[in-house]
Design a protein around this ligand. Structure first.
Ligand code: CTP
Length: 209
């Protein structure tokens, strides 16, 4: 049995106390991965952005909003985890300035939102992976496999699960799971719960657990 860290959902990057930048991730895939791991008897630490899903029974849930909060929660959890599934759709950028008060209508005209890069959570954690397994996702609209393999090498992933933009928010989709060892598995089309079980089988299963 392993203790596994899973990131899920979108991140929310504030502009002012009431407005934010985010994306369409529902968190379904990450929560399904957490459930699939729990069903195989693993302990799961789920670091989740804001979603409207019920947490799986038995999970250790850490709810966060921004990418920086997600990184802080993950760093702490990663110390005693054996594997990571980075399923979250982390915003790559956040507004450089967050207004302390709600921006007024007249303050918007002619203004630009200046962005600054967010940390890459999976890349940061993978730097200290040692022999631990790290699985990432790649959402690609073009040149899928080549781009996913590039991400796998750049981020030091053991596996990358490739899907298309139609997967965001959907109940069902397909995944191509590429391994650093050259392996390749096609999963689906299927419900995300079945895809998640397949993903856990071809990744953690490859380590004999
Ligand atoms: N990821 C992360 N932290 C980020 C961005 C991405 O941990 N700031 C993780 C995702 O959880 C996923 C993987 O990195 O497992 C790939 O995410 P993706 O958005 O496809 O890749 P990017 O690095 O953002 O590349 P690009 O936007 O250029 O396609």
């Amino acid at each position: 049995m392993a203790r596994v860290l899973v990131t899920a959902g979108p991140t929310l990057e504030p502009l002012d106390p009431v407005r934010f930048l985010s994306n369409r991730s529902s968190g379904r895939m990450g929560y399904a991965v957490a459930r699939a791991l729990l069903a195989r008897g693993h302990e799961v630490v789920l670091v989740s952005g804001p979603v409207s899903l019920r947490p799986p029974a038995g999970v250790e849930l850490h709810s966060v909003e921004s990418a920086r909060q997600m990184l802080a929660a993950c760093r702490a959890a990663w110390q005693d985890c054996d594997a990571l599934y980075a399923v979250a759709a982390v915003a790559d950028y956040r507004p450089k300035r967050v207004a302390r008060n709600k921006l007024k209508r007249h303050e918007g005209e002619g203004q630009f939102i200046e962005l600054t890069p967010n940390p890459d959570i999976v890349r940061t954690l993978a730097r200290t992976k040692g022999t631990r397994m790290v699985v990432g996702f790649a959402l690609e609209s073009q040149r899928g496999e080549a781009e996913a393999r590039r991400k796998m090498m750049a981020k030091k992933l053991d596996f990358v699960a490739l899907n298309g933009p139609e997967a965001q928010g959907a109940q069902a989709s397909s995944l191509t799971v590429l391994g650093r060892d050259g392996s390749r598995s096609e999963l689906g089309p299927a419900q995300k719960s079945a895809l998640a079980r397949g993903l856990v089988r071809v990744t953690l299963g490859s380590r004999g657990s």
